[in-house]
Each structure stands twice: as structure tokens, then as C-alpha cells.
Design a binder for this molecule. Structure first.
Ligand code: ZN
Length: 255
């Protein structure tokens, strides 16, 4: 029997409370994302928003999350640093998976985990145009678990253009490269490992287009949750002594 994967969908829930985004996502973007995942019997899916106590990131909830999905945009900088650090700590130390969607590329947890010090228009930024272009996400690693069930490419009728250069660290693996009808390209599906945790960046998902209802996008998200779930045993033991039991060097003076 497969073990339940506990998924938390986190959303800032700002623009989707008002038109025009609320017309596309009447129950919020997080509920649309969660709806697709709830079709999987061994996923236990919860939703929280930035309006909840502790921005939806209280210790109990995050400690019982295997995979955290993150959509944010306008309120990225309103997230307190200590809560962003809490998310990073669970990824690095406990191996919680993190799925970063669209403009969450400007969120604090993502930037901290990637070592991005945002200094627009430089590192951490990229070219965007939200008018709505046709996008094709080409699968370039057909054997990877996250792209199973996906054809050669996913076509999204309209999405915000995210264009290269994406000023991000070199991914451990790139799964999708997007083409936009305006001629731009973008690494749209990238995986990273940080500490004990896995991270998947998936760039589609501008709020004014119904992208999280699309069958292929939901398939990628389901695959990603399964791949991101912690699989390790947490073998990292920083207090293991030196040979013959000599205590390891005390590094406090370097902090
Ligand atoms: Zn957008």
C-alpha cells in the first residue's frame, strides 16, 4: 500500500479575490490547484493562504507537510523573513518538497534557497510580458518521472511570457523548455536539490488565464508531488564525532 503524501497548497490569495482573476478562479487559485491533486487517492491535500494565522505557515502544519506548493505574486515581500526561513529549514533539514509556481520565482523562500539576492534588473529577474501568448512547453527529458503521461509538448493557449535569460542558478536538470509565439524561450520546468529537499520550478500559471484547470498541467503537478515527496531517511548527522570519538570542532566562532 502506498504511503499517503501530505500536500499543502499555499497561495497569497490576493488578486484572485477580485475581478478579473476571480472570474477565472472563483474559489481562489489554491483551490483550483488543489482540486486537480485531490483526484489522487493517496494525496492528502490542504490549502492555506497568506491571510491565515502565521501566513498559513504555523509549525504544526508545515511539520506535517511532505510537499509544499507555492503560488505568490504581489505580496511576496510581505512575507516575514522568519516564516520564509521556516519554509527553507523544512526543505533543507527535513526534506520537504517545494513546488514553486510562476511568479513565486520572486518569493522569499525560493530566492533564499537559490541564493538569489534580488537586485532588479539583474540577478533573480527576467523578461516578462503578461499580455497572453501561446506557449509550448517542450519535454526535453522524456524519461523523468515528472513528465510521465505528457506528450512531446504541452500547449497552453495563453500565458504570460517568461523569457530568457532567466537569471537563476543552473538547474540540476531542466525538464521543459518553453517556446512563446513572440519568439521567446524559457527554461520552464527545472529541478534543484538543496540539503535534504527537492525543489521543482514550474513557470506556467499567470493568474488571468485558466491554466491550472488544464489537464496536462494538472498531470505535471501530480507527477511533481510524487517526485518531490521526501524519500530519504535523513542521514545527515552533524554531531557525528571525529574518529575515535574525538568531538568535532566547535564552529560557533564562525557563525
Ligand atoms: Zn504572471
Amino acid at each position: 500500500m502506498q504511503q499517503t503524501i501530505r500536500v499543502t497548497v499555499w497561495c497569497e490569495h490576493n488578486q484572485d479575490r477580485y475581478e478579473p482573476v476571480s472570474l477565472v478562479y472563483p474559489h481562489g487559485m489554491h483551490e483550483a490547484i488543489a482540486e486537480g491533486l485531490r483526484q489522487v487517492s493517496d494525496f492528502q491535500v490542504r490549502t492555506v493562504t497568506q491571510h491565515d494565522p502565521e501566513c498559513g505557515l504555523d509549525n504544526e502544519l508545515i511539520s506535517s507537510t511532505d510537499v509544499l506548493i507555492w503560488w505568490s505574486h504581489l505580496d511576496n515581500n510581505d512575507l516575514p523573513d522568519d516564516l520564509a526561513d521556516r519554509v527553507c529549514s523544512h526543505v533543507l533539514n527535513r526534506g520537504m518538497g517545494l513546488l514553486v509556481l510562476h511568479s513565486a520565482m520572486f518569493s522569499k523562500p525560493w530566492q533564499k534557497l537559490m541564493g538569489i539576492y534580488p537586485q532588479p534588473p539583474g540577478w533573480g529577474s527576467f523578461r516578462t510580458m503578461p499580455q497572453g501568448e501561446r506557449q509550448r512547453l517542450w519535454v526535453i527529458t522524456p524519461g523523468h518521472p515528472i513528465v510521465q503521461g505528457i506528450d512531446a509538448c504541452i500547449e497552453i493557449p495563453r500565458d504570460e511570457m517568461y523569457g530568457e535569460p532567466l537569471l537563476i542558478p543552473e538547474p540540476d536538470k531542466t525538464l521543459f523548455i518553453s517556446w512563446f509565439e513572440g519568439g521567446d524561450v524559457c527554461r520552464s520546468g527545472c529541478i534543484f536539490e538543496r540539503g535534504n529537499g527537492k525543489i521543482f520550478l514550474f513557470t506556467p500559471g499567470h493568474e488571468t488565464f485558466p491554466i491550472y484547470y488544464q489537464k496536462e498541467i494538472r498531470q505535471v503537478l501530480k507527477n511533481a508531488v510524487r517526485w518531490l515527496a521526501p524519500s530519504g531517511t535523513g542521514a545527515f548527522q552533524p554531531d557525528v564525532p571525529y574518529r575515535d570519538g574525538t568531538p568535532k570542532e566547535n564552529l560557533q566562532h564562525r557563525l
